[in-house]
Design a protein around this ligand. Structure first.
Ligand code: HEC
Length: 217
């Protein structure tokens, strides 16, 4: 009986102390058993500061600051004669000329290294859906991803700027990839897609005699 009473009192005290004060307000600071990094010296946005003369914690942007990044309106920021492929060039960043038309050809120099870089990136980002040969037979096909084949006449005659735009911004069911592929890598992939297209659709006359013999034509 005594044990029962003790347990009974204990349960009542526990219930009241855990649940009984829910919702009641107090002005005392909360009990912190592990304060960790709860309290740090810092300025909160738009708060007042004793340190700066204008007493604002938000600091104004220093004069002459240039915005960085790919997708700001380059023409609004840079003068038309400014040429730097990393900053002011809409063709390089968007695949479009000043009038918003897709550019016909790569805006950067074509080198063998660029094709190699394109092949490497293509194998990472595209093969799963479009297949190693670009015919749309990737490993995802049995699961219902009907990725386009690059070997049809429409895609052969699309501009380089258009292919670049598909990679960066996606198209239909294809995902956009500008969050993981830089403009330079994307142009390299465009170049490799062109190489794939050529691999399935080239005139024998375009080859040298030695190359034709090697291929048995
Ligand atoms: C997750 C699967 C997937 C991946 C990865 C993928 N694609 Fe696609 N892609 C598609 C699908 C699906 C379509 C068809 C889109 C549609 O018409 O709805 C397509 C269409 C295209 C088209 C044709 C657009 C048109 O005008 O019809 C191009 C070009 C293309 N992809 C290029 C690429 C390149 C280059 C890569 C790699 C950087 C890539 N894709 C990665 C699924 C993918």
């Amino acid at each position: 009986m005594r044990i029962f009473l003790i347990i009974y009192v204990f349960v009542i005290v526990a219930t009241v102390s855990i649940l009984g004060f829910r919702g009641s307000l107090t002005t005392k600071p909360p009990i912190e058993i592990f304060p960790d990094m709860d309290h740090q010296a810092k300025y909160k946005p738009q708060a007042e500061s004793d340190f700066f003369r204008d007493r604002r914690t938000d600091r104004p942007i220093p004069a002459g600051t240039v915005a960085r990044g790919n997708y700001l309106n380059q023409q609004a920021v840079f003068s038309p004669d400014f040429k730097d492929k990393r900053l002011g060039d809409t063709a390089f960043h968007q695949g479009k000329d000043g009038q918003g038309e897709f550019i016909a050809q790569l805006p950067i120099e074509v080198t063998y290294e660029l094709i190699e870089q394109g092949r490497e990136r293509y194998e990472i980002f595209c093969t799963a859906c479009h297949g190693a040969a670009g015919d749309g037979n990737g490993v995802t096909r049995p699961y219902g991803v009907l990725a386009a084949s690059f070997h049809d006449d429409r895609l052969r005659s699309e501009t380089d700027g258009y292919i670049y735009d598909v990679i960066m911004n996606g198209k239909g069911l294809m995902l956009p990839m500008r969050d993981r592929i830089s403009p330079e890598e994307s142009w390299a992939i465009v170049l490799y897609v062109r190489a794939l297209q050529l691999s399935q659709n080239a005139e024998a006359d375009a080859l040298t005699a030695a190359q034709r013999t090697e291929l048995g034509f």
